[in-house]
Structure formats: C-alpha cells, structure tokens
Design a binder for this molecule. Structure first.
Ligand code: FAD
Length: 393
C-alpha cells in the first residue's frame, strides 16, 4: 500500500550483492537514515545506507508532511517530564531543523512552506497545557501566541475546539521529495545507498560488526540502527523498548483553497491536517478511536478510522470531497515516550522511537549520533539510549 507521497520516486539505487566493507553502515533509510547519510557525506568515512524496501517505505514516506518544532509533546507537557531547561534545549535543537531544511530548499524543490501551525485543543486539560505552553515559550524566547476560538478560521471553529496556540515558524513539506534531496546530496558526497537490501542479522566482532542479508554481507567498523518501528523484528534485544503503532492518513483530490493553508494539530496531537499548495487536503489521525487495534507493522487500512478522516476532510472543505489516496504507516513508541538515540554498545549506535513526531526530531537525532560517533560529543542526555542498558550482552 503506497501513500500519496510515494507517487514521487526517492531516487536511483542499487540492490546490494556480495561482500562490502565500510567504516559506517546505516541500516534504514527513513528520515533518520537519510539525514545521517547527509550529515556523514563529508566525513571522509566510507559510508553505506541500506534499506530493506526503499527509502521512505516506513513512517517517513507515510506521514502527514507536517514540519513542527519540538517532539510530540507540547512544551508545558515536556517540561513537566524533563524539566524546563531540558525541554527548552530540545525545542531549540528541533528549531535548528528549519535552517537545515531551508538550506536544502534553496537547492531542491520539496514543496517546503513556512506557514506557521495551529495547535487546537478541545477539553479543559488541553486548555491548560496550551496556555502554559504559550507562556513558557515566551519565557524561553520562542515565538507563540494563544488563539481563542473566535479568532480561529470558521472551518476550525465549526469543529468546536476551545483554544489554540499559534507557532509561526512551523511548516510543511513533501517527505519523499525531502529524502530524495538528502540522498542526492549524500550520493554526490560518496555515500552508497542500497535499496531492497534488508539486514537479517548482525554479529559483533573485534573489528566492528558483520551484518548479513540475503545475498550480501557487510563488515562495518560502526553501525547505526535507524529501522525505527521495525527494529524489534530483526534485533530481538531491542523489541521490549520499541512498540510499533499504526496511523491512518488520506489525501483528497485538489480542492479550492479552504480558509487556512497551514498545518493544524488537534486533540492532543492525535489528529492533524493541512492543505497542500496543489489544493489537496492531507488528513490523518483518529488512532485514539482504536488504540488496541492500531498496533503492529502490518500496513492495513482501518475502515472506520478512514471514514472519520474522510468526514473530517469534507467538514474542512465544507463540501463532499473525493479521496484519491488512503494509507497506513507505522510509528515507533517507547515505554517512557522518549526517543532512544546515541551509542548503544560496542560498534552499535541507534536512533529510533520518536513517538509519532519525527520531522524535526529525526534530523537532530541524526546530527547528534553523527557527532557522537565521530568525536564522542555527548548526545541529549534525556534521550540517550544508555538508559536502557546494554541489553542482550
Ligand atoms: C501515519 C503517520 C503520520 C505521521 N505524521 C507526522 C507528521 O506529520 N510530522 C512529523 O514530524 N512526524 C510524523 N510522523 C512520525 C514520523 O513519520 C516518524 O517519526 C519518522 O518518519 C521516523 O523516521 P525513521 O527514519 O526513524 O523511521 P522510518 O521512516 O520508519 O524508516 C525506517 C526504515 O527502515 C527500513 N528497515 C526496516 N527494517 C529494516 C532492515 N532489517 N534492514 C534494512 N532496512 C530496514 C524500512 O524499510 C524503513 O524505510 C508520522 C508517522 C506516521 C506513521
């Protein structure tokens, strides 16, 4: 099952056959693997990236295309868990993504638009979080403002959200075109990218690790695991730490402009939508209607949820709409809702588990893993994979 984004090819790649020796092997070519390839392109190291399917096959080619600062939680929620200083730091890091993306967008067209985004909440707990978030963002000098219901566009007012928060620096993009740009840059810098080359097993040895797939074997001094929700399927020791969870999305036919073009994130972040420059509405969410069913890596449509998404698209457009693409995608959740990144053990680094929000988090994860791998720069401590121990030893 393909997404609307998959109508675009992520580039030209070979299938890996036979033996390969590299300094760094990145396993998985979603946002994380593609950003790693990009960051490592000028490292002077021999770098290869392999994907079991094709770059963008996973969550990165099946998401909503929203580029929102911060991890999945609002700043007020995150600061309760990590403390304000840590929460501010990770927000600032993810905001650096906007410059990184802009630099690429100056060279490549991936429909990047800085539009601002609106977060809307419907119940009293969310009202509290929204207000506190805006206050905290002002405190740490990040632009944000409260948007009361009367100031929301009419199509959103009709949905009945009590309060909103406006974040002017957020935006949207075409995820597969973005990955295509990252990989084009990486390949031009000498990084070798292979598709349809699935890692089946990995053994550590005195020189690094040996990764074997069907038809190939790679000896790598260092390996980065970027297989996200799929990690537990091929690396059993990590299975308890990464839960695959499914989300549903659709795209409509191109429509006349609705009354807002920016991304909207609603209902504790479960629902989201935006109108693309070509007029299509991308609408995703309602996972909370079937939390027990929407688990695992099988890419299947959940018909009742798809029906709700279709209704939401029609409500936003104020008219019946034709859906052209429906898809499911798998994201990775962790037990403590924090990503896992950094040096895991021996020759192995990891960057997975963004808990449903990777557009700006994956580039930071990739950047920190790259720096740690090259010169030992510490990664963001609250997300350091060290907290799970060197399981399986
Ligand atoms: C439905 C949905 C909507 C979302 N919406 C948004 C959004 O709008 N904005 C946002 O910021 N985030 C969103 N997210 C989250 C975001 O998409 C993810 O956090 C991000 O894409 C994760 O990137 P990744 O590279 O870590 O993983 P993935 O994109 O899942 O990449 C993992 C890759 O590893 C490959 N792989 C797996 N096993 C192997 C193996 N054994 N050998 C080799 N390769 C392997 C897969 O083929 C895949 O390409 C959404 C996620 C979903 C599922």
């Amino acid at each position: 099952m393909e997404s609307f984004w998959h109508h675009q090819s992520p580039g030209n790649f070979e299938v890996l056959r036979g033996p390969l020796i590299v300094d760094v092997l990145v396993i998985g070519a979603g946002y994380t693997g593609c950003w790693l390839a990009y960051w490592l392109r000028d490292s002077g190291l021999r770098v290869a990236v392999i994907d079991g399917q094709t770059p963008g096959y996973g969550a990165s080619g099946r998401n909503g295309g929203l580029l929102l600062q911060g991890p999945a939680q609002l700043l007020s929620e995150l600061s309760q868990v990590l403390g304000l200083d840590n929460a501010r730091d990770i927000f600032r890091w993810t905001r650096r993504t906007f410059d990184w993306v802009q630099r690429l967008a100056d060279q490549y067209d991936f429909d990047y638009r800085v539009t601002g985004s609106l977060y809307v909440g419907g119940d009293s707990t969310e009202r509290d979080s929204v207000e506190k978030t805006v206050d905290l963002m002002k405190e740490v000098s990040i632009p944000a403002r409260v948007v009361p219901r009367v100031e929301q566009p009419l199509s959103i007012q009709r949905l009945g959200y009590d309060l909103g928060a406006w974040f002017p620096d957020d935006g949207m993009m075409h995820p597969v075109k973005l990955m295509r740009a990252l990989l084009a840059e990486a390949q031009a810098g000498g990084v070798r990218v292979y598709h349809k080359s699935r890692a089946l097993s990995m053994e550590e040895d005195p020189h690094g690790a040996r990764v074997v797939g069907s038809g190939f074997a790679i000896n790598a001094e260092r390996v980065v695991i970027a297989t996200n929700a799929y990690t537990g399927e091929w690396l059993a020791p990590l299975k308890p730490f990464i839960q695959p969870v499914r989300g549903q999305v659709l795209a409509t036919e191109p429509l006349p402009a609705i009354d807002h073009v920016y991304p909207v994130y609603a209902d504790h972040g479960f629902n989201y939508w935006h109108q693309r420059p070509d007029g299509r509405l991308i609408v995703g969410g309602f996972r909370h209607l079937a939390l027990d069913e929407e688990v695992g890596t099988d890419l299947v449509l959940h018909q009742p949820i798809q029906a709700r998404l279709h209704q939401l698209a029609a409500d936003l457009a104020g008219r019946p709409v034709t859906v052209t693409d429906r898809w499911a995608g798998t994201m990775a959740m962790t037990p403590d809702h924090r990503p896992l990144w950094g040096h895991w053990r021996g020759p192995i680094w990891i960057a997975v588990g963004y808990n449903g929000h990777g557009g700006t988090v994956a580039p930071v994860a990739a950047r920190m893993v790259r720096d740690n791998l090259i010169d030992g720069t510490p990664v963001f401590a609250p997300y350091d994979v060290a907290r799970i121990g060197k399981t399986g030893e």
